[in-house]
Design a protein around this ligand. Structure first.
Ligand code: 6PG
Length: 248
């Protein structure tokens, strides 16, 4: 695939190779930081294989669990026990078995509203970061994982929604989702997601081919507007790659 801008596009054979490549990049970010590490996970189905890989001995033994803090880029406003809950999915697959509970930072959903959850999570992020304003030279996260939805959304930032242009608030409530599951959401905003050393998209499967045609066509979709202040990498498997971009 040709480089289209400063983002890096990496094409891999299949979902297995995608998870392996993502796990390798995650470990590299962990190894590059000898101090406290912050990783922002994502929901949806795309990262499940990566999370399962991190639980295997070859990877989990290389993670300094005491020093790594795990956050989530967006959450469905459902209780933690609900199968739709993003952080609960990551907890079930790998976090609960290996991460100290105090290093797991879920978006709370036991509040009165998505806005209240957003405010609470913003406070938690600011206290972890140690400041109320983000400094370009000191990223909040080492790594931010992302996915892309059929309408071009990423995290829970949907096309045309106010969350897309939010520049002040760190986290916002989203009363209604644009795609399934149609539950309210809570999402980190673009400037906060950008505050990372690396933003890593994982995209796989033939169902993503339509949206990848639009992404690669340069449409102003939320997923195309999500960029790291550091490196932005898109890992795309063959099945998700539109015909016209194969073999480049
Ligand atoms: C969510 C996500 C969302 C997701 C994309 C891709 O809560 O749904 O965080 O942004 O990453 O919709 O989802 P899939 O991986 O399931 O295709």
């Amino acid at each position: 695939m040709a480089a289209r801008d400063h983002r890096q596009w990496i094409n891999v054979a299949d979902t297995g190779a995608l998870a392996k490549a993502a796990a390798g990049r995650l470990l590299a970010r962990v190894e590059a930081n000898a101090a406290r590490i912050a990783i922002c996970l994502t929901g949806g189905s795309s990262p499940k294989q990566l999370y399962a890989l991190l639980a295997t001995k070859a990877y989990r033994d290389k993670i300094p669990w005491d020093r790594v803090h795990w956050f989530i880029g967006d959450e469905r406003f459902v209780p933690p026990a609900d199968l739709l809950n993003n952080m609960a999915m990551a907890r079930r697959i790998f976090l609960d078995a290996y991460a100290p509970p105090s290093n797991i930072h879920p978006i709370p959903t036991d509040t009165g509203s998505p806005d209240e959850s957003a405010e609470r999570y913003a406070r938690e992020l600011k206290s972890f970061y140690g400041a109320d304003r983000l400094d370009q030279g000191r990223p909040l996260f080492d790594l931010v994982l992302m996915g892309v939805g059929p309408d071009g959304h990423t995290a829970s930032i949907f096309p045309g929604y106010p969350a897309l242009s939010e520049t002040e608030r760190w986290v916002v409530g989203v009363p209604k989702a644009n795609v399934e599951p149609f539950v309210p959401r809570v999402t980190l905003t673009l400037p906060v997601l950008a505050s990372c050393r690396e933003m890593l998209f994982e995209v796989a499967g033939p169902d993503k081919r339509g949206i990848m045609t639009r992404v690669l066509g340069g449409e102003r979709l939320p997923a195309n507007r999500a960029r790291s202040n550091g490196e932005t990498v898109w890992l795309v498997d063959k099945a998700a790659l539109p015909e016209t971009f194969r073999g480049e």
